[in-house]
Design a protein around this ligand. Structure first.
Ligand SMILES: [Zn+2]
Length: 228
């Protein structure tokens, strides 16, 4: 009731089209939601995102929710999420995609959702990691745990002592490390990212996770730039 009353004074607007939201709508109006170009990757094991990782790193399942089109609504939503401080978009899209993935055989038994960590310099500038709200939403949708401090960026800004703690679990090329690796033993881990382009960041994250025994790594992103 209170939120309905407040929305009369401060109407919440759709981040994609700018029109006022009604009733149960959150962040995106119903009209825009149905217009967003879904990839349906979650129905096809051999989708273009899966193929992107073939021969690079072992990925159980990979999918993007939407196609990223220049000048399109998905680009606008990502822009609002990344640069305008609207983290709630990530939560809404994550929960929605999570519900979709929960019904997909490709994503059975997800235990842990991990957001791809942001470079510390970026994190400082932006104040938040745009993949984190998406990861939290996904975890809620699939019924898994979201861990935001177990997969880390190891960069030269960290101290030597900090570095040595990760050495065993990070390879030479990777800037990523896994904290408390025992926690991941035998787990099906879902890596969450905003937009997939080359896949190299996700590849590096997955490689470091595969240093833990019996781990299964899958990927989910909000959008994928056209790969084919
Ligand atoms: Zn709209």
């Amino acid at each position: 009731m209170l939120s309905d009353f407040l929305s009369l004074i401060y109407p919440e607007l759709c981040y994609a089209c700018g029109k006022g939201l009604v009733n149960q709508e959150r962040c995106i109006c119903t009209f825009c939601k149905y217009q967003l170009p879904q990839t349906n990757h979650y129905r096809d094991r051999n989708n273009p995102i899966s193929k992107l990782f073939w021969g690079r790193v072992n990925i159980h399942s990979a999918a993007a929710y939407y196609h990223f089109e220049k000048g399109g609504k998905v680009q606008e939503l990502i822009h609002q999420l990344k640069y305008k401080g609207h983290e709630d978009i990530g939560a809404v899209l994550g929960a929605s995609f999570g519900h979709v993935l929960k019904k997909s055989a490709m994503y059975e038994g997800i235990d842990i959702v991990l957001p791809v960590p942001l470079h510390p310099r970026r994190l400082k500038q932006r104040g938040y990691n745009q993949s984190e709200s998406f990861a939290r939403g996904l975890a809620k949708g699939v019924g898994a745990e979201c861990l935001t401090d177990k997969l880390c960026r190891i960069v030269n800004t960290t101290t030597q002592t900090y570095r040595s703690r990760f050495d065993r679990w990070s390879n030479m090329q990777s800037v990523f490390g896994v904290r408390s690796p025992d926690y991941f033993d035998g787990a099906h881990v879902l890596l969450a990212d905003d937009v997939i382009t080359t896949g190299s960041t996700l590849e590096a994250c997955a490689q470091v996770l595969h240093m833990v025994p019996n781990v299964k790594v899958s990927i989910a992103a909000i959008a994928s730039a056209k790969t084919s």
